[in-house]
Write a protein that binds this ligand. Structure first.
Ligand code: LLP
Length: 418
């Protein structure tokens, strides 16, 4: 579901012609649709309505402050994984009691900041971290609310780089050792055990892995209760996939439909941490064709967005649909759409049948709203792209394109090099 559609032969973001944004703001540019973002958030809120629950949007998918503010204003919480994300979540006005904090490498400073902010809970990933949280909470004279992130050893059947719930993963603690960890947590004076957390992976396109993992987690919650350890918050993580090509992933309603029956005896506060399924199809990356190049084997379409702007194709061989901003009737040719970066792995799409491109064409890289801008970099000293938010017939630059000056911000020349 999204609001990037053709009117006649021209691609629109809601009611704004994409070409107009590209001509005004330049390319590459990320364009987000407010309506699509809200549609996705609402579908989660409605799916879990009637059950005590908090939707904690995973900031790592897209942490543009305007996007966060929009979600915050509409009742969304946050899943953060760093002090930086905590800062952004707070700045956007997300209430602390709706913020959970995961990640295997929280520093003591980050832990202290989260304790001072009085977040809902830490999703703890190791016993060392548990002890660090206890230590920092002791110094601040507060009790740290925690859940342990358990690893249910379920194969989410997704790309290995984004599956996190298998035994060989660095995330969480093995579910079979969970009791020991909870006993340790119980003994720590400055820690309050509140919940269980699991997140098995991302871009998951069937419901079964969620159900299998949750069953294991509920069994654990039951065992813990028998041992006198009460579990209030059940955090089932994120991971629902989106349609990049022809996938038909479950929707939030399918997830709640499968999950709710398992929770009947629970009395839990449920936490869900969607990222991609909120932001992914709410954004596109628009790029302009710079040059065409033909060699005996291939037709190369060289565009002004590179792997520094959108890393997913290079890193995961991820598929993003490529659409012309202005439809045309040119012949279809097998093309590689590549960026300007000096790496063979710098491509946006390979071996695609697209209408023959010509210099100056605008192409839309679809489904780029999640893990697009947030994974971008300055590699090859390229200023990062601009970001635009569309609302109906209006559009707003919500992050300016970086300048060359931004490339040297914070750098210093030692005296002998001046
Ligand atoms: N909760 C935790 C603890 C996570 O680690 C993640 C994502 C999420 C929630 C949100 O998952 P989602 O609903 O977005 O699937 N860069 C990769 C995706 C990495 C996901 C990392 N963790 C990509 O571009 O596909």
């Amino acid at each position: 579901m999204h609001c990037f559609t053709y009117k006649k032969s021209e691609l629109y973001a809601e009611n704004v012609p994409v070409r107009k944004i590209a001509d005004t703001v330049g390319t590459p540019v990320y364009i987000y649709s407010e309506k699509t973002l809200l549609m996705h958030l609402t579908s989660y809120q409605q799916a879990f309505d009637g059950y005590p629950s908090t939707i904690c949007y995973a900031l790592k998918a897209n942490s543009n402050p305007a996007v966060l503010r929009l979600l915050a204003k509409n009742g969304c919480g946050a899943d953060v994984v760093s002090g930086g994300e905590l800062y952004l979540a707070k700045k956007a006005g997300i209430p602390s009691e709706k913020i959970v904090y995961a990640g295997v490498g929280k520093t003591e400073d980050e832990i202290a900041a989260a304790l001072k902010a009085r977040i809902l809970m830490f999703n703890v990933e190791s016993s060392d971290e548990l002890k660090a949280i206890d230590r920092v909470a002791g110094k601040l004279n507060v009790k740290a609310p925690i859940a342990l992130r358990v690893n249910p050893d379920i194969d989410p059947k997704t790309h290995p780089y984004i599956s996190t719930g298998l035994k060989n993963s660095k995330f969480g603690i093995p579910i079979e050792n969970a009791l020991e960890y909870y006993r340790l947590a119980k003994k720590l004076r400055n820690v309050e055990v509140l919940g269980i957390h699991k997140h098995i992976g991302s871009q998951i396109t069937s419901i079964n892995p969620f159900v299998d993992a949750l069953k294991r987690v509920i069994l654990l919650a039951r065992n813990l209760r028998e041992q006198g350890i009460e579990i209030k918050n059940l955090d089932i993580g994120g991971g629902l996939g989106i349609t990049y090509r022809d996938e038909a992933p479950p929707l939030p309603g399918d997830l709640s439909g499968a999950v709710m029956p398992l929770l009947e005896e629970g009395g839990f506060n449920l936490i869900v941490e969607p990222g991609r399924s909120i932001a992914g199809n709410a954004g596109i990356c628009v790029t302009r064709v710079l040059y065409l190049k033909r060699n005996p084997e291939r037709e190369f379409v060289i565009v002004d967005a590179g792997m520094n702007d959108l890393l997913r194709p290079s890193l995961y061989e991820a598929f993003h649909d490529i659409r012309p901003v202005l439809k045309n009737n040119r012949k279809k040719v097998l093309s590689d759409i590549v960026g300007p970066i000096c790496e063979s792995g710098d491509f946006i799409a390979r071996e695609r049948m697209i209408n023959r491109a010509v210099q100056g064409d605008l192409l839309a890289v679809m489904s780029a709203g999640a893990y697009g801008f947030t994974m971008s970099s300055n590699y090859n000293s390229r200023p990062r792209a601009a970001e635009v938010l569309v609302r109906g017939s209006d559009f707003f630059v919500v992050k300016e394109r970086e300048s060359y000056k931004d490339l040297i911000r914070g750098t210093k020349l030692p005296a002998h090099l001046k």
